[in-house]
Write a protein of this length. Structure first.
Length: 98
């Protein structure tokens, strides 16, 4: 969506709305947060289940809170957030194994 410069989504009739994104230094990547802040989501049905899936090392840090803040400005509420643990690659915190 970012690459194609899509800035609007119509959620009409969809009972689910999900956000899947990586975390970067214990938060959402800045580019993803900025994209979501500018994204217009229209026609969200009542009772829509809004979820997030974050990929991360051990912790997603404040990614969930950041997304909750972005959604609250759009008068939306996150129903649930999940994480998928990946190999950690934050070099300053973990030794490189050569």
């Amino acid at each position: 969506m970012m690459k194609k410069q899509i800035a609007e989504v119509d959620a009409k009739g969809d009972p689910l709305l999900g956000f899947v994104c990586p975390t970067y230094i214990f938060n959402m990547a800045y580019a993803v947060a900025e994209f979501l802040e500018n994204l217009v989501i229209k026609n969200i049905p009542d009772g829509c289940y809004i979820f997030a899936i974050f990929t991360c090392g051990k912790s997603c840090g404040t990614a969930e809170e950041t997304l909750r803040d972005i959604l609250s400005k759009k008068e939306m509420e996150l129903s649930a957030a999940f994480k998928v643990e990946m190999p950690d690659n934050y070099i300053p915190m973990f030794p490189l194994l050569l």
